[in-house]
Design a protein around this ligand. Structure first.
Ligand code: ZN
Length: 143
């Protein structure tokens, strides 16, 4: 499927260490999921990457049903639709990444701060809710 933007490729959204370990084939299943990933990247991830000017790692992108179950995700997870990704950077705290998304006014649907990464989603269709949530294990500063 190849590149989506200057710094992101579809394979990053399919990659999962858990999937590899468990022998799960986590490939983008449809044009709709591919389109959702593309929109998330073009509208949120690439502009964020450009602003930070630093490596941004997709920890978890698309999740097939099996992988999602394996990592304890709910079936309604936006990861299932390609609308969400968990991102981190070796150079920025999750709080800094989240603050940058907000200050750039990027069109996110949900932003969830975790201790080591940020979950960010962008709906393929419909209004972006702009919700900011904190995982129960997140003990850092709020936005
Ligand atoms: Zn997530």
């Amino acid at each position: 499927m190849g590149n989506i933007s200057k710094n992101f490729s579809f394979s990053e959204f399919e990659h999962s260490d858990t999937a590899i370990r468990e022998g799960i084939e986590n490939t983008i299943p449809s044009a709709e999921v591919g389109d959702a990933i593309r929109r998330l990247t073009i509208n949120v991830l690439q502009p964020l990457r450009d602003s930070l000017a630093a490596l941004l790692i997709v920890e978890s992108g698309y999740r097939c049903r099996k992988l999602n179950e394996m990592v304890g995700g709910v079936e309604t997870s936006q990861h299932r639709k390609g609308e969400a990704s968990d991102i981190r950077s070796p150079f920025f705290l999750p709080l800094d990444i989240a603050r940058r998304i907000v200050s750039l006014k990027l069109p996110f649907d949900q932003l969830i701060l975790y201790p080591t990464f940020v979950h960010v989603s962008h709906k393929r269709k419909g209004r972006q809710r702009g919700q900011i949530l904190y995982n129960r294990r997140y003990a850092g500063e709020k936005i």
